[in-house]
Write a protein that binds this ligand. Sequence first.
Ligand SMILES: Cc1ncc(C[n+]2csc(CCOP(=O)(O)OP(=O)(O)O)c2C)c(N)n1
Ligand SMILES: CC(=O)[C@@H](O)[C@H](O)COP(=O)(O)O
Ligand SMILES: [Mg+2]
Length: 622
Amino acid sequence: MDVSSIQNPSFIKDLSNQELEELSSEIRKFLIETCSVTGGHIGANLGVVELTLSLHKHFNSPIDKIIWDVGHQTYIHKILTGRGHEFNSLRQYKGLCGFPKTKESEHDVWEAGHSSTSLSAAMGMAKARDILGKTNHVVPVIGDGALTGGMALEALNHIGHDKTNLTIILNDNEMSIAPNVGAMHNMFGRIRTNQNYNRFKFDAETFMSRLPGGDRLRDSADKIKDSLKYLVVDGIFFEELGIKYIGPVDGHNFKELDEAISASKQINKPVLIHVVTKKGKGYKPAEVDTVGTWHGLGPYKLETGEVIKGDAEGPAWSALMSDQVLNYAKQDKRVVAITPAMPVGSKLTKFQQALPEQFFDVGIAEQHAVTMAAGLATQGMKPYVAIYSTFMQRAYDQLLHDVDRQNLNVLFGVDRAGLVGADGETHQGVFDVGFLSQFPNFTIMMPKDGDEAIAMVKTAFETEHGPMAIRYPRGNAPMLNETKKNEVLEIGTWQYERMGQHLSIISYGPTVKIITDVADELLKEGINVNVINARFIKPMDFDMLHEIGKDTNPIITVEESMLTGGLGSQIATFIKDHDYQNVMRRIGINDEYIEHGDVDLLLEDIGISKANIKSLVKSLIR
Ligand SMILES: Cc1ncc(C[n+]2csc(CCOP(=O)(O)OP(=O)(O)O)c2C)c(N)n1
Ligand SMILES: CC(=O)[C@@H](O)[C@H](O)COP(=O)(O)O
Ligand SMILES: [Mg+2]
């Protein structure tokens, strides 16, 4: 079967389990091939082929609502709902999104990208169903990693109490991106190894549910089951919360999935089906990955699974930052590193191995990570929280209420700052400048290159300056050798990269290099501009701002961030507040979300291109 020609999932309902197995193989082959060219979250998808087919067999999407947590594992769902023919554009500019998108299909009933939202969304949809007198099923599919997120636990607490009819699918592959962590993860391990008890429990429930007038028998079975669970397993969390537990079920076995889903449909209460799957199933390099490389990656060689490396020079920004912090941690045990489930992306595995006592992977728990860091700081520790800009959004109040308000010495490595590319809208790191700038005590920096990043880490560890954020982008750090790595930077000072007299262009981070290139090209045409590296986004360099305010020449600001609340807006406010007369133009992201695609193309769309900046300069000085 040509899986890219599938129009909708209705045909699955008539397939035998053997036919479903054949279809699974074809889908896997298709995914492994297409993702070898486009890249993507291949590991997670290979693990849910049978599960996705079973869900579409037993439920009537989109009337029944299948809600995918995170949404990175929806490739099979996309194929079954008529999008297979678009897979060569997966995660590319103007192509198919790597996450659910309501505008792509009516079957994508919930958009995500950030984790642990599915249960709350499901509760909302189920309540709407009940209030409106509808009868559809609501089926959130949540991974064992996503279940470590606070939101998911808040929702479970509500669902169990409210007894709302939901079919929760727990996809337990023992992996978050890296191996999963936490006490719940350990509990699932115990449940998995107590297969006999669970098999008995599942069979008994299915059996009882099929008996006519079996209420009394069911009650007795519940009692036997309840006493057994304390004998065999040390407490079944979900049942105690009021959520019926079915499992564990082999998530690659259609018969077991059939039985479990059918049984769940007999129960008019919240049910959780614990499905055990293998991440990367069916592709050897992904199956044997114990690190998390195959969770999501770029193109790879199909035959060997060898990852195709880009031609970028310099160390990965994340590695450069984590290694610097590790150097300090080796000399000072007060330096500790915290990651909310991103040791792989934030390149902290070296730190984890070198100093396990000073390293904390707290699971997908950004709020906890930030407040835990605040707690550490109150005791004189020097916590470093490596956190993606986009996921930092989850911890807005903790940053404000716990860290900033108490002016605590916590260093944040704000990873993936700026546009991230293929992950798109849900993951662009473009809001942190706006919200962190509002916090009175925060210092926000962004290095233009790797050397400046090293000096910034030094500045953070060698000054006691309250909360600090060093932003750095996805990708590799150029080492321009223009900053002394041993320098402690003076807080709130900017630097002239080029001196001119016609106009000032102010930027921060690697965008500074684009501006200096523009300035060099303009110089050949006799146009002489200031280029200012605003390496401290906050506090700004007020002396320099007065200088350029007084010279009255036009000012252009360029930033890979939202314009609202961005540096440009703050400079404009400063100029206005001081009655300076400079004409100002701001380049950055207007009031919109930026979709997925190649970063250079996206930058061009928002006006961060040499050509656009050059023509703006010319239009302002002529
Ligand atoms: C709030 C938030 N923090 C971190 C992430 C990054 N992230 C994406 S998928 C993932 C692991 C999810 O594990 P799990 O739910 O078990 O899904 P699996 O990939 O194992 O199928 C993480 C940490 C995220 N998407 N959202
Ligand atoms: C789905 C998700 O949130 C992560 O898997 C994310 O895609 C990781 O991004 P990086 O590839 O930038 O680490
Ligand atoms: Mg998982």
